[in-house]
Design a protein around this ligand. Structure first.
Ligand SMILES: C[S@@+](CC[C@H](N)C(=O)[O-])C[C@H]1O[C@@H](n2cnc3c(N)ncnc32)[C@H](O)[C@@H]1O
Length: 437
Protein backbone atom coordinates (compact mmCIF):
# COMPACT_ATOMS: atom_id res chain seq x y z
CA UNK A 1 0.00 0.00 0.00
CA UNK A 2 1.16 3.55 -0.79
CA UNK A 3 1.79 5.57 2.33
CA UNK A 4 1.43 9.20 1.27
CA UNK A 5 0.71 11.86 3.84
CA UNK A 6 -3.03 11.57 3.20
CA UNK A 7 -3.10 7.79 2.92
CA UNK A 8 -4.85 5.78 5.56
CA UNK A 9 -2.22 3.56 7.25
CA UNK A 10 -2.74 -0.19 7.21
CA UNK A 11 -3.19 -0.46 10.98
CA UNK A 12 -5.85 2.23 10.77
CA UNK A 13 -8.04 0.40 8.30
CA UNK A 14 -10.44 -1.25 10.78
CA UNK A 15 -13.65 0.73 11.13
CA UNK A 16 -12.31 3.78 9.25
CA UNK A 17 -12.60 1.98 5.90
CA UNK A 18 -16.23 0.91 6.44
CA UNK A 19 -17.22 3.93 4.41
CA UNK A 20 -15.22 7.09 4.06
CA UNK A 21 -15.20 10.25 2.00
CA UNK A 22 -12.37 10.39 -0.49
CA UNK A 23 -9.78 12.88 0.79
CA UNK A 24 -11.07 12.78 4.37
CA UNK A 25 -8.05 13.46 6.52
CA UNK A 26 -6.31 10.33 7.80
CA UNK A 27 -6.62 8.96 11.36
CA UNK A 28 -2.93 9.58 12.09
CA UNK A 29 -3.48 13.33 11.62
CA UNK A 30 -6.19 13.23 14.29
CA UNK A 31 -3.83 11.33 16.62
CA UNK A 32 -1.15 13.93 16.06
CA UNK A 33 -3.50 16.58 17.47
CA UNK A 34 -5.06 14.55 20.28
CA UNK A 35 -1.42 14.05 21.38
CA UNK A 36 -0.46 17.71 21.00
CA UNK A 37 -3.57 18.88 22.83
CA UNK A 38 -2.88 16.22 25.46
CA UNK A 39 -6.46 14.93 25.37
CA UNK A 40 -7.65 12.11 27.59
CA UNK A 41 -10.65 10.63 29.33
CA UNK A 42 -11.50 13.91 31.08
CA UNK A 43 -11.86 15.83 27.81
CA UNK A 44 -14.70 16.19 25.37
CA UNK A 45 -13.63 16.36 21.74
CA UNK A 46 -15.97 17.87 19.13
CA UNK A 47 -16.00 17.45 15.38
CA UNK A 48 -18.67 19.89 14.16
CA UNK A 49 -18.24 18.78 10.49
CA UNK A 50 -17.80 15.09 11.30
CA UNK A 51 -18.41 13.66 7.80
CA UNK A 52 -17.59 9.95 7.87
CA UNK A 53 -16.31 10.16 11.41
CA UNK A 54 -12.50 10.03 11.29
CA UNK A 55 -12.08 12.23 14.39
CA UNK A 56 -14.86 10.48 16.30
CA UNK A 57 -13.62 6.95 15.60
CA UNK A 58 -10.10 7.92 16.66
CA UNK A 59 -11.43 9.58 19.82
CA UNK A 60 -13.30 6.41 20.68
CA UNK A 61 -10.27 4.20 20.07
CA UNK A 62 -8.11 6.50 22.22
CA UNK A 63 -10.61 6.62 25.10
CA UNK A 64 -11.52 10.30 24.62
CA UNK A 65 -15.24 11.15 24.94
CA UNK A 66 -16.38 12.53 21.61
CA UNK A 67 -19.27 14.38 20.07
CA UNK A 68 -19.90 15.16 16.45
CA UNK A 69 -22.45 16.67 14.17
CA UNK A 70 -23.03 17.02 10.47
CA UNK A 71 -25.83 18.55 8.44
CA UNK A 72 -25.81 15.77 5.83
CA UNK A 73 -27.97 12.79 6.86
CA UNK A 74 -25.64 10.23 5.27
CA UNK A 75 -22.68 11.56 7.27
CA UNK A 76 -24.75 11.30 10.46
CA UNK A 77 -25.72 7.71 9.68
CA UNK A 78 -22.16 6.64 8.81
CA UNK A 79 -20.56 8.34 11.82
CA UNK A 80 -23.20 6.89 14.16
CA UNK A 81 -22.55 3.35 12.90
CA UNK A 82 -18.74 3.72 12.98
CA UNK A 83 -18.82 4.86 16.61
CA UNK A 84 -21.23 2.23 17.87
CA UNK A 85 -19.00 -0.59 19.11
CA UNK A 86 -21.75 -2.25 21.15
CA UNK A 87 -23.57 -4.37 18.59
CA UNK A 88 -23.54 -8.11 19.21
CA UNK A 89 -21.42 -9.86 16.50
CA UNK A 90 -23.43 -13.09 16.67
CA UNK A 91 -26.71 -11.26 16.28
CA UNK A 92 -25.26 -9.38 13.30
CA UNK A 93 -24.06 -12.62 11.70
CA UNK A 94 -27.53 -14.14 12.03
CA UNK A 95 -29.14 -11.16 10.33
CA UNK A 96 -26.45 -11.18 7.64
CA UNK A 97 -27.06 -14.86 6.82
CA UNK A 98 -30.83 -14.38 6.67
CA UNK A 99 -30.51 -11.22 4.57
CA UNK A 100 -28.14 -12.73 2.02
CA UNK A 101 -30.23 -15.90 1.68
CA UNK A 102 -33.49 -13.98 1.27
CA UNK A 103 -31.98 -11.46 -1.17
CA UNK A 104 -30.46 -14.31 -3.21
CA UNK A 105 -33.87 -15.95 -3.48
CA UNK A 106 -35.57 -12.75 -4.56
CA UNK A 107 -32.82 -12.03 -7.07
CA UNK A 108 -33.17 -15.50 -8.62
CA UNK A 109 -36.94 -15.04 -8.79
CA UNK A 110 -36.23 -11.99 -10.92
CA UNK A 111 -33.72 -13.84 -13.08
CA UNK A 112 -30.70 -12.24 -11.45
CA UNK A 113 -28.38 -15.20 -11.11
CA UNK A 114 -25.70 -15.41 -8.42
CA UNK A 115 -22.74 -13.74 -10.11
CA UNK A 116 -20.25 -16.49 -9.40
CA UNK A 117 -22.43 -19.05 -11.19
CA UNK A 118 -23.53 -16.75 -13.92
CA UNK A 119 -22.51 -17.62 -17.43
CA UNK A 120 -24.79 -15.43 -19.49
CA UNK A 121 -26.96 -12.45 -18.79
CA UNK A 122 -30.64 -13.17 -18.92
CA UNK A 123 -32.11 -10.10 -20.49
CA UNK A 124 -35.85 -10.10 -20.04
CA UNK A 125 -36.69 -10.02 -16.38
CA UNK A 126 -40.02 -8.24 -17.01
CA UNK A 127 -41.33 -5.83 -14.42
CA UNK A 128 -39.80 -6.74 -11.07
CA UNK A 129 -41.54 -3.99 -9.11
CA UNK A 130 -38.13 -2.90 -7.74
CA UNK A 131 -37.34 0.55 -9.06
CA UNK A 132 -36.70 4.13 -8.04
CA UNK A 133 -39.83 6.27 -8.21
CA UNK A 134 -39.95 9.07 -10.83
CA UNK A 135 -39.02 11.75 -8.27
CA UNK A 136 -35.98 9.76 -7.13
CA UNK A 137 -34.95 9.18 -10.75
CA UNK A 138 -34.95 12.93 -11.38
CA UNK A 139 -32.20 13.51 -8.83
CA UNK A 140 -30.09 10.48 -9.72
CA UNK A 141 -27.20 11.83 -11.83
CA UNK A 142 -27.48 10.52 -15.39
CA UNK A 143 -25.60 7.30 -16.01
CA UNK A 144 -24.45 6.80 -12.40
CA UNK A 145 -26.22 3.42 -12.01
CA UNK A 146 -26.93 0.67 -14.52
CA UNK A 147 -30.21 -1.16 -14.44
CA UNK A 148 -29.14 -4.57 -13.17
CA UNK A 149 -26.83 -3.45 -10.33
CA UNK A 150 -29.57 -1.01 -9.30
CA UNK A 151 -32.16 -3.77 -9.24
CA UNK A 152 -29.87 -5.92 -7.09
CA UNK A 153 -29.24 -3.01 -4.71
CA UNK A 154 -32.96 -2.29 -4.34
CA UNK A 155 -33.71 -5.93 -3.60
CA UNK A 156 -30.91 -6.05 -1.04
CA UNK A 157 -31.98 -2.78 0.60
CA UNK A 158 -35.54 -4.09 1.02
CA UNK A 159 -34.26 -7.35 2.42
CA UNK A 160 -32.05 -5.51 4.96
CA UNK A 161 -35.09 -3.54 6.06
CA UNK A 162 -37.14 -6.73 6.36
CA UNK A 163 -34.54 -8.79 8.24
CA UNK A 164 -32.99 -6.15 10.51
CA UNK A 165 -35.78 -5.04 12.76
CA UNK A 166 -33.64 -2.91 15.07
CA UNK A 167 -32.61 0.49 13.71
CA UNK A 168 -28.97 0.16 14.79
CA UNK A 169 -28.55 -3.23 13.13
CA UNK A 170 -30.25 -2.02 9.96
CA UNK A 171 -27.96 1.04 9.85
CA UNK A 172 -24.88 -1.18 10.28
CA UNK A 173 -25.84 -3.12 7.14
CA UNK A 174 -26.82 0.08 5.35
CA UNK A 175 -23.23 1.29 5.78
CA UNK A 176 -21.98 -1.97 4.23
CA UNK A 177 -24.41 -1.34 1.36
CA UNK A 178 -23.05 2.22 0.94
CA UNK A 179 -19.54 0.79 0.71
CA UNK A 180 -20.64 -1.52 -2.11
CA UNK A 181 -22.36 1.34 -3.97
CA UNK A 182 -19.42 3.75 -3.71
CA UNK A 183 -16.70 1.13 -4.30
CA UNK A 184 -17.96 -0.56 -7.41
CA UNK A 185 -21.69 -1.02 -7.95
CA UNK A 186 -22.16 2.48 -9.34
CA UNK A 187 -20.77 3.84 -12.60
CA UNK A 188 -18.72 6.48 -10.85
CA UNK A 189 -15.35 6.95 -9.21
CA UNK A 190 -13.38 9.69 -7.50
CA UNK A 191 -10.27 11.31 -8.81
CA UNK A 192 -10.63 13.11 -6.34
CA UNK A 193 -13.82 14.70 -7.74
CA UNK A 194 -16.64 12.36 -8.61
CA UNK A 195 -16.76 11.37 -12.28
CA UNK A 196 -18.75 8.95 -14.40
CA UNK A 197 -17.12 5.69 -15.44
CA UNK A 198 -17.98 3.16 -18.14
CA UNK A 199 -21.42 1.70 -17.55
CA UNK A 200 -21.35 -1.74 -15.89
CA UNK A 201 -23.71 -4.29 -17.27
CA UNK A 202 -23.94 -6.05 -13.93
CA UNK A 203 -22.17 -6.22 -10.58
CA UNK A 204 -21.88 -8.80 -7.84
CA UNK A 205 -23.72 -6.66 -5.30
CA UNK A 206 -24.59 -9.50 -2.97
CA UNK A 207 -21.11 -11.06 -2.95
CA UNK A 208 -19.41 -7.76 -2.20
CA UNK A 209 -21.99 -6.88 0.42
CA UNK A 210 -21.62 -10.24 2.20
CA UNK A 211 -17.82 -9.94 2.29
CA UNK A 212 -17.85 -6.31 3.44
CA UNK A 213 -20.46 -6.89 6.16
CA UNK A 214 -18.61 -10.00 7.35
CA UNK A 215 -15.34 -8.03 7.57
CA UNK A 216 -17.07 -5.25 9.50
CA UNK A 217 -18.48 -7.77 11.98
CA UNK A 218 -15.06 -9.38 12.47
CA UNK A 219 -13.48 -5.98 13.11
CA UNK A 220 -16.15 -5.14 15.64
CA UNK A 221 -15.59 -8.48 17.36
CA UNK A 222 -11.81 -7.83 17.54
CA UNK A 223 -12.35 -4.37 19.05
CA UNK A 224 -14.67 -5.82 21.67
CA UNK A 225 -12.20 -8.63 22.43
CA UNK A 226 -9.39 -6.07 22.86
CA UNK A 227 -11.59 -3.93 25.11
CA UNK A 228 -11.21 -0.88 22.82
CA UNK A 229 -13.69 1.90 22.30
CA UNK A 230 -15.13 2.31 25.78
CA UNK A 231 -15.35 6.12 25.56
CA UNK A 232 -18.75 7.65 24.91
CA UNK A 233 -19.58 9.22 21.56
CA UNK A 234 -22.65 11.13 20.43
CA UNK A 235 -23.46 11.98 16.83
CA UNK A 236 -26.09 14.59 15.97
CA UNK A 237 -27.78 15.90 12.85
CA UNK A 238 -27.01 19.56 13.24
CA UNK A 239 -25.89 22.68 11.44
CA UNK A 240 -22.43 23.69 12.66
CA UNK A 241 -23.50 27.33 12.26
CA UNK A 242 -25.96 26.73 15.10
CA UNK A 243 -24.72 23.75 17.13
CA UNK A 244 -28.05 23.41 18.94
CA UNK A 245 -27.30 19.79 19.86
CA UNK A 246 -24.09 20.63 21.74
CA UNK A 247 -25.24 21.27 25.27
CA UNK A 248 -22.16 20.26 27.32
CA UNK A 249 -18.94 22.31 26.95
CA UNK A 250 -16.21 20.81 24.79
CA UNK A 251 -12.50 21.07 25.56
CA UNK A 252 -11.17 20.55 22.03
CA UNK A 253 -12.16 20.57 18.38
CA UNK A 254 -10.44 18.63 15.58
CA UNK A 255 -12.23 19.05 12.28
CA UNK A 256 -12.15 19.64 8.58
CA UNK A 257 -14.96 21.87 7.34
CA UNK A 258 -15.76 22.09 3.64
CA UNK A 259 -13.49 24.44 1.67
CA UNK A 260 -14.81 27.04 -0.79
CA UNK A 261 -14.05 24.84 -3.80
CA UNK A 262 -17.13 23.82 -5.77
CA UNK A 263 -17.27 20.36 -4.17
CA UNK A 264 -20.92 19.38 -3.74
CA UNK A 265 -21.29 16.86 -0.89
CA UNK A 266 -24.87 16.09 -1.93
CA UNK A 267 -23.63 14.94 -5.34
CA UNK A 268 -20.68 12.86 -4.19
CA UNK A 269 -23.05 10.87 -1.95
CA UNK A 270 -26.20 11.08 -4.08
CA UNK A 271 -26.65 7.42 -5.03
CA UNK A 272 -26.13 6.15 -1.49
CA UNK A 273 -28.44 8.81 -0.04
CA UNK A 274 -31.17 7.99 -2.54
CA UNK A 275 -30.96 4.26 -2.05
CA UNK A 276 -31.12 4.67 1.72
CA UNK A 277 -34.14 6.98 1.26
CA UNK A 278 -32.36 9.81 3.07
CA UNK A 279 -33.85 12.10 0.51
CA UNK A 280 -36.29 11.25 -2.19
CA UNK A 281 -37.14 14.32 -4.23
CA UNK A 282 -35.86 17.75 -5.24
CA UNK A 283 -37.38 19.45 -2.21
CA UNK A 284 -35.56 17.09 0.19
CA UNK A 285 -32.33 17.60 -1.72
CA UNK A 286 -32.70 21.37 -1.55
CA UNK A 287 -33.39 21.10 2.20
CA UNK A 288 -30.08 19.28 2.71
CA UNK A 289 -28.21 21.78 0.52
CA UNK A 290 -29.65 24.68 2.48
CA UNK A 291 -28.44 23.19 5.75
CA UNK A 292 -24.83 23.00 4.49
CA UNK A 293 -22.23 25.70 4.65
CA UNK A 294 -22.16 27.58 1.37
CA UNK A 295 -19.02 26.23 -0.31
CA UNK A 296 -20.07 25.78 -3.93
CA UNK A 297 -22.31 27.51 -6.44
CA UNK A 298 -24.85 24.67 -6.33
CA UNK A 299 -25.82 25.45 -2.79
CA UNK A 300 -26.27 29.21 -2.96
CA UNK A 301 -29.85 30.48 -2.68
CA UNK A 302 -31.40 33.92 -3.22
CA UNK A 303 -32.28 34.46 0.40
CA UNK A 304 -28.78 33.63 1.69
CA UNK A 305 -27.43 36.22 4.10
CA UNK A 306 -24.31 34.58 5.58
CA UNK A 307 -22.10 36.90 3.48
CA UNK A 308 -23.34 39.91 5.48
CA UNK A 309 -21.47 38.51 8.48
CA UNK A 310 -18.10 39.29 6.89
CA UNK A 311 -18.96 42.58 5.16
CA UNK A 312 -16.55 44.36 7.55
CA UNK A 313 -13.53 42.18 6.67
CA UNK A 314 -11.41 44.08 4.14
CA UNK A 315 -9.33 40.96 3.32
CA UNK A 316 -12.39 38.86 2.44
CA UNK A 317 -14.00 41.71 0.51
CA UNK A 318 -10.76 42.08 -1.49
CA UNK A 319 -10.82 38.39 -2.49
CA UNK A 320 -14.48 38.61 -3.52
CA UNK A 321 -13.82 41.73 -5.57
CA UNK A 322 -10.79 40.13 -7.23
CA UNK A 323 -12.94 37.15 -8.27
CA UNK A 324 -15.71 39.35 -9.66
CA UNK A 325 -13.24 41.61 -11.49
CA UNK A 326 -11.50 38.59 -12.99
CA UNK A 327 -14.85 37.21 -14.17
CA UNK A 328 -15.68 40.45 -15.94
CA UNK A 329 -12.18 40.68 -17.44
CA UNK A 330 -12.58 37.19 -18.87
CA UNK A 331 -16.11 37.90 -20.07
CA UNK A 332 -17.54 34.94 -18.15
CA UNK A 333 -21.28 35.34 -17.82
CA UNK A 334 -22.84 32.02 -16.79
CA UNK A 335 -25.12 31.97 -13.76
CA UNK A 336 -22.60 29.84 -11.84
CA UNK A 337 -19.68 32.12 -12.61
CA UNK A 338 -21.66 35.14 -11.42
CA UNK A 339 -22.07 33.37 -8.07
CA UNK A 340 -18.37 32.70 -7.42
CA UNK A 341 -17.71 35.82 -5.33
CA UNK A 342 -20.91 35.25 -3.37
CA UNK A 343 -19.92 31.69 -2.46
CA UNK A 344 -16.70 32.98 -0.94
CA UNK A 345 -18.50 35.67 1.12
CA UNK A 346 -21.22 33.23 2.29
CA UNK A 347 -18.59 30.61 3.13
CA UNK A 348 -16.61 32.85 5.48
CA UNK A 349 -19.82 34.36 6.87
CA UNK A 350 -21.12 30.86 7.63
CA UNK A 351 -17.84 30.00 9.34
CA UNK A 352 -18.15 33.16 11.41
CA UNK A 353 -21.58 31.96 12.56
CA UNK A 354 -19.98 28.61 13.40
CA UNK A 355 -17.29 30.21 15.59
CA UNK A 356 -19.93 32.35 17.29
CA UNK A 357 -22.09 29.30 18.10
CA UNK A 358 -18.99 27.43 19.25
CA UNK A 359 -17.80 30.09 21.66
CA UNK A 360 -20.41 29.48 24.36
CA UNK A 361 -19.98 25.71 23.94
CA UNK A 362 -16.23 25.58 24.54
CA UNK A 363 -14.51 25.39 27.92
CA UNK A 364 -11.92 28.03 28.87
CA UNK A 365 -8.60 27.38 27.11
CA UNK A 366 -10.16 24.97 24.60
CA UNK A 367 -7.80 24.02 21.75
CA UNK A 368 -9.00 23.75 18.17
CA UNK A 369 -7.53 22.40 14.91
CA UNK A 370 -9.16 23.19 11.54
CA UNK A 371 -7.77 21.43 8.46
CA UNK A 372 -8.53 23.56 5.40
CA UNK A 373 -7.19 24.03 1.91
CA UNK A 374 -6.31 27.15 -0.01
CA UNK A 375 -8.28 27.36 -3.21
CA UNK A 376 -8.00 28.43 -6.81
CA UNK A 377 -11.39 27.12 -7.92
CA UNK A 378 -12.81 30.54 -8.67
CA UNK A 379 -11.06 31.71 -11.86
CA UNK A 380 -7.68 30.98 -10.28
CA UNK A 381 -7.96 33.81 -7.79
CA UNK A 382 -6.15 32.58 -4.64
CA UNK A 383 -8.34 32.10 -1.58
CA UNK A 384 -6.09 31.73 1.49
CA UNK A 385 -8.65 29.79 3.50
CA UNK A 386 -6.74 29.27 6.77
CA UNK A 387 -5.43 32.85 6.92
CA UNK A 388 -8.90 34.31 6.33
CA UNK A 389 -10.52 31.90 8.80
CA UNK A 390 -7.98 32.99 11.39
CA UNK A 391 -9.32 36.57 11.12
CA UNK A 392 -12.92 35.39 11.29
CA UNK A 393 -12.21 33.23 14.36
CA UNK A 394 -10.46 36.16 16.09
CA UNK A 395 -13.63 38.23 15.74
CA UNK A 396 -15.51 35.54 17.70
CA UNK A 397 -13.00 35.11 20.54
CA UNK A 398 -10.52 32.50 19.27
CA UNK A 399 -6.82 33.35 19.00
CA UNK A 400 -4.55 31.78 16.40
CA UNK A 401 -1.66 29.75 17.83
CA UNK A 402 -0.33 28.87 14.39
CA UNK A 403 -1.05 27.97 10.78
CA UNK A 404 0.91 24.87 9.80
CA UNK A 405 1.40 23.37 6.39
CA UNK A 406 -0.09 19.90 6.27
CA UNK A 407 0.46 19.05 2.62
CA UNK A 408 0.52 20.55 -0.83
CA UNK A 409 -1.69 19.45 -3.68
CA UNK A 410 -0.79 19.94 -7.29
CA UNK A 411 -3.30 22.46 -8.59
CA UNK A 412 -4.64 23.27 -12.02
CA UNK A 413 -2.22 23.92 -14.81
CA UNK A 414 -2.20 27.57 -15.76
CA UNK A 415 -1.42 28.59 -19.29
CA UNK A 416 0.15 31.89 -20.06
CA UNK A 417 2.06 33.15 -23.06
CA UNK A 418 5.45 33.32 -21.30
CA UNK A 419 5.63 29.88 -19.69
CA UNK A 420 2.95 28.05 -21.67
CA UNK A 421 2.00 25.70 -18.84
CA UNK A 422 2.75 25.78 -15.18
CA UNK A 423 1.82 23.56 -12.27
CA UNK A 424 0.52 25.37 -9.24
CA UNK A 425 0.92 24.01 -5.75
CA UNK A 426 -1.96 24.61 -3.38
CA UNK A 427 -1.45 24.38 0.36
CA UNK A 428 -3.65 22.50 2.80
CA UNK A 429 -3.06 23.90 6.22
CA UNK A 430 -4.01 23.37 9.82
CA UNK A 431 -5.31 26.41 11.61
CA UNK A 432 -4.66 26.01 15.33
CA UNK A 433 -6.79 28.13 17.63
CA UNK A 434 -7.31 28.61 21.33
CA UNK A 435 -10.31 30.10 23.06
CA UNK A 436 -9.35 33.55 24.34
CA UNK A 437 -9.51 33.73 28.12
C1 LIG B 1 -14.41 17.79 4.59
S1 LIG B 1 -15.87 16.95 5.08
C2 LIG B 1 -15.41 16.27 6.62
C3 LIG B 1 -14.69 14.96 6.44
C4 LIG B 1 -14.42 14.28 7.76
N1 LIG B 1 -13.23 14.78 8.41
C5 LIG B 1 -14.33 12.77 7.60
O1 LIG B 1 -13.64 12.13 8.36
O2 LIG B 1 -15.01 12.22 6.73
C6 LIG B 1 -16.93 18.26 5.53
C7 LIG B 1 -18.27 17.84 6.12
O3 LIG B 1 -18.94 19.03 6.54
C8 LIG B 1 -20.33 18.80 6.41
N2 LIG B 1 -21.02 20.09 6.48
C9 LIG B 1 -21.12 21.05 5.53
N3 LIG B 1 -21.83 22.08 5.99
C10 LIG B 1 -22.18 21.80 7.27
C11 LIG B 1 -22.89 22.49 8.27
N4 LIG B 1 -23.43 23.69 8.06
N5 LIG B 1 -23.04 21.90 9.46
C12 LIG B 1 -22.52 20.68 9.71
N6 LIG B 1 -21.85 19.96 8.79
C13 LIG B 1 -21.67 20.52 7.59
C14 LIG B 1 -20.45 18.06 5.09
O4 LIG B 1 -21.67 17.36 5.02
C15 LIG B 1 -19.24 17.14 5.16
O5 LIG B 1 -19.61 15.91 5.73
Amino acid sequence: MKTGINTIQRDDLPVHHWYRFVLSYPPHLVRQFTGRFDLGAGDRLLDPFCGTGTTLVEAKLLGIPGVGCDAHPLAVLVSSVKTNFDLEPDALRKVLRRTVAAAQKTMSRHNLAAMSMETAFIRDEGDTGYRLNPEEEKILPTGFMSERPLLRLLILRDEIERQAKEGEIRDFFFVALCHVIARGAGNFAFGPEIYRTKAKEDYDVLGHFARQADLMISELEALQRDGLGGASCEVHADDARELRSITEPVTAVITSPPYPNEKDYTRTTRVESLLLKLFSDRADLRGVKESLLRSNTRNVFVNDRDGDEVAGFASIRAVCEAIENRRMELGKTSGFERLYHKVVAHYFGGMRRHFRALHSRTAAGAKLAYVVGDQLSFLMVPVRTAALLSEVAAAEGFDTCGIELWRERVGTKVRNSATNAKTVRVAEEILILEKRS
